[in-house]
Design a protein around this ligand. Sequence first.
Ligand code: 4AD
Ligand code: MG
Length: 477
Amino acid sequence: MKHSTVAELLSQNKTQVEVEAKGWVRTFRANRFIALNDGSTINNIQCVIDFENTDETLLKRITTGAAVHIKGTLVESHGKGQSVEIQVTSIDILGDSDADEYPIQPKKHSFEFLRENAHLRTRTNTFSAVMRLRSSLSFAIHKYFNENGFYYMHTPIITGSDAEGAGEMFRVSTLDAKSPPLNDEGNIDYKQDFFSKETNLTVSGQLEAETYAMSLGKVYTFGPTFRAENSNTSRHLSEFWMIEPEVAFMDLAGNMDLAEDFMRSILSYVLENNKEDLAFLEQRLIQEDKFKPQAERNEMTLTEKLKFVVDNNFKRVSYTEAIDILRNCKPNKKKKFKYLINEWGVDLQSEHERFLVEKHFKCPVILFDYPANIKAFYMRLNDDGKTVRAMDILFPGIGEIVGGSQREERLEVLKEKMAELDIPEEELWWYLDLRKYGTAEHSGFGLGFERLVMFATGMSNIRDVIPYPRTPQNAEF
Ligand code: 4AD
Ligand code: MG
């Protein structure tokens, strides 16, 4: 007989049938009750052992973390919190677990400790719930684009260009690190490297996605991106996943409409399909809040927060309006911000973004028309000559979650901008070609997937929403 998943067993109406289950022991109480989990649901199935007729050495091997194969009868449960349980007729220990050494004991562990045991942390309720939600969000993203006429495009991971122009890239090279070949100027001679040029891991698939938008119309990428920025914050990873749609014949307003509709759609998908995991994470946050000072507690529960985003329009505010608000706000006047806002043109820090979203507007905000010189080279210049058609979406508790823009489609304007920033035309000849052959208005954005998972799960550290986080000084597992 094939074994069933715990999820299947718990949702089965028919009792008094023979069943089999395989999973890991979460707890074993009173020599009698096994809480068994196999990852298919946050819930455990209770397996009741007739311990008087079970060999004692076998009983001793039923320890937290052990993998077991259980055969028995599915019966109605009189215990609290479950409708059915298994009356065990036989139990096979598939893999023993040393009870004293097993790191995931049935008690509360700190997230720091669990990060050090990231290979086992999905055996806890919190992390299994987070990772099931992560999986579900990925599916919802592909589903949304598929249903809306987008093609999924795989952009290269190894690249010769710096899409964001921030110079924060990881080099890919097979040259001898100890004594690389040098050219006449005494610099590393990348002509002798694997690709005969300097290459790096990509920071974004956008530039390549633009080439496909200008032929296939609507495309998106969903892949890993890499940034060697030395920011050790709770919102930055050195390796993160990004979703980047790119659409031909779409302006910035269309881009904002798309981003809003997309964010709403994927969040409503998980509200509908991940109820149990969300309910668990919501309770976790409520418990956590009890230990926080009143001012730091969440005003909404997790599902209320998600529903709020699904049900309300995002507030659209220009950078210039935002600067006015920030300049005159209390924390700025009372010098509570670390970076005070005095003049138009400065980049916004996360304290400012969070003030706008959490204190001022109290809803997701789309900021647009940023100063040209704090944004990337490819954004379309406005007629004022000083702002570009950029947009950032800011979410409560997260800050920037999406960054996007309408792209500069005018060859001469783009060339000028590249010259200004010392971006060699030879490097991006193919990108410039798009502006020579049938150029047209087009736009897109990038959603940081882990920031989305943080928002949907209520987790406050980005290291806890990706299986194996890569951050400065850390690439374990
Ligand atoms: O704003 P960014 O840098 O935009 C781009 O890369 C564009 N090429 C996107 C596009 O228009 N196609 O990054 C987009 C998003 C950010 O809003 C943020 O959510 C996330 O990616 N992000 C990071 N997430 C985790 N760790 C990091 N170090 C991140 N840097 C950016
Ligand atoms: Mg950005």
